[in-house]
Design a protein around this ligand. Structure first.
Ligand code: GDP
Ligand code: IMO
Ligand code: MG
Length: 458
């Protein structure tokens, strides 16, 4: 073992305890509270996490990379998070990036710098961030390859996936192919890391000859990042185990991307490359299932999607335009216009089957304030016959006929509502309709961007 390896060992070992005695045999301890996107992303997870993080000790990311874009608005300052858990904006919070996350180091530092300039929230972030040593590293060539793959898809199949070009598909491919490099490799023996980096870079160069990779130059930059990031890198399994079993702590997990973008359960192939559903919490942090507590689903009061893929309730018309404009529906990561449509209960029922939501946060209800009638997709028909499931195949999903229920709108401003009783009757009916259809309670209702614009129902 090189002396460098010490930094990745659990901190607790330095205070004399042996690692064996520090493993807690009874797996009860604290439980993590999970916040997950229930649609195609951008439901407002950042805002819900910010709310829950007010009294949290640790906020974790367990999957995805800087393809995510989470907005938090505090005192009229808009922060955007991609790789850093949004909860880091609370100075009392320790942030944790788990093994399931993929890390682009330049992106991480740029994000921190950008948010540091906006306000006080990120003060001391380096000291409050722990990164799992098992997390994989996204290299610049992964991002470049993402772009080339998109171009090739366009040329070969006439359409691409509409990825964020953050290298997500390529880096998870390297991970699955067992040629990826992890944070533990970066902060241990840099010579060994350099050799493996060279092999991987050459593999990419042979797969994509147009890729230009300056191996020496890249390694020079990576060495600098290694020195900067080293104090943050710890054994992630040990870190989270201690967090769960030490003095009771409130631990939050911030999902990125969303159920319908999940690599297994999403609208494949128009998905991301990680598990954005509940299972990703265990595999992405290294915790047992019994450590999972409440799982909150975040649901936008209508549906949006960035990028390509089937979207049964899409309104490619004036209604969609109103939702897009009122909701400022532009991607936080790519600035792309989000496609918009009515709420889809079939899709939400499917997301609930997979995640088992304890309760929901219904966001952006205020965006519906102007409609006289509001439609909700309640079932799918295929060739005239109602189907009980959410189709796996994209061509089939493209063919489903959505059956809608029409609810009366409320045509009044909800943005100042702070209690359920402040909402107009028809808005309450809309909320109850969703609860009944899904069999899950709505615990919070979002009526604006700011931290205060949230109704707590119970
Ligand atoms: P995330 O990726 O799930 O965290 O969501 P994004 O941040 O990508 O997109 C959600 C957008 O909606 C952000 O601009 C939020 O500031 C905004 N937002 C969140 N909740 C509400 C709400 O209840 N009402 C309104 N009007 N905007 C909201
Ligand atoms: P948050 O966490 C919305 C979409 C991309 C693309 C597909 C694959 O902000 O909700 P990728 O770069 O992951 O390979 O792209 O997934 N996508 C998202 N859409 N919100 C996100 O994250 C997304 N993360 C990925 O637009 O269609
Ligand atoms: Mg987003």
């Amino acid at each position: 073992m090189s002396s460098d390896d010490i930094s990745t060992l659990p901190a607790i070992m330095s205070n004399g305890e042996s690692s064996a005695s520090a493993v807690h045999p009874v797996a009860v301890g604290s439980k993590v509270t999970v916040v997950l996107g229930a649609q195609w992303g951008d439901e407002g997870k950042g805002k819900v996490v910010d709310l829950l993080a007010q009294d949290a000790d640790i906020v974790c990311r367990c999957q995805g990379g800087n393809n995510a874009g989470h907005t938090v608005v505090v005192d009229s300052i808009e922060y955007d998070f991609h790789l850093l858990p949004s909860g880091i904006i609370n100075p009392k919070v320790t942030a944790f990036i788990g093994n399931g996350v993929v890390i682009h180091l330049p992106g991480l530092f740029e994000e921190a710098e950008k948010n540091l300039k906006k306000g006080q929230g990120l003060a001391g972030w380096e000291k409050r961030l722990t990164i799992s040593d098992r997390a994989h590293i996204v290299f610049d060539f992964h991002q470049a390859a993402d772009g080339i793959q998109e171009q090739q898809r366009q040329e070969q199949a006439g359409k691409n996936l509409g990825t964020t070009k953050k290298g997500i598909g390529p880096v998870y491919s390297s991970k699955a192919a067992r040629s990826g490099l992890r944070m533990c490799d970066l902060v241990s023996d840099f010579n060994e890391f350099s050799k493996r980096f060279e092999v991987l870079a050459k593999q990419y160069k042979s797969m994509y000859p147009s890729l230009e990779i300056n191996i020496e130059g890249e390694l020079g930059k990576l060495k600098e990042y290694a020195d900067k990031v080293k104090p943050m890198v710890k054994d992630g399994v040990y870190f989270i185990h201690e967090a769960l079993h030490g003095t009771p702590k409130k631990i939050l997990v911030e999902g990125a991307n969303a159920a319908l973008l999940d690599i297994d359960f999403g609208t494949y192939p128009f998905v991301t490359s990680s598990n954005c559903t509940a299972g990703g919490v265990c595999t992405g942090l290294g915790i047992p299932p019994q450590s999972i507590g409440d799982v909150y689903g975040v649901v936008k009061a209508y549906t949006t999607r960035v990028g390509i893929g089937a979207f049964p309730t899409e309104q490619d018309n004036e209604i969609g335009d109103i939702l897009q404009t009122r909701g400022h529906e532009f991607g936080v990561t790519t600035g792309r216009r989000r496609r918009c449509g009515w709420l889809d209960l079939v899709l939400l029922r499917y997301a609930h089957m997979i995640n088992g939501f304890t309760a929901l946060a219904l966001t952006k209800l205020d965006i519906l304030d102007v409609f006289s009638d509001i439609k909700v997709g309640v079932s799918y028909k295929l060739d005239g016959v109602k189907i009980p499931h959410f189709p796996a195949n994209q061509e089939v999903l493209n063919r489903v006929e959505v059956e809608y229920e029409t609810l009366p709108g409320w045509k009044s401003d909800t943005s100042n509502a702070r209690t359920l009783d402040d909402l107009p009757e028809n808005a309450k009916k809309y909320v109850h309709f969703i609860e009944e259809a899904l069999g899950v309670n709505i615990k919070w209702i979002g009526v604006g961007k700011s931290r205060e614009s949230m109704i707590q129902c119970f």
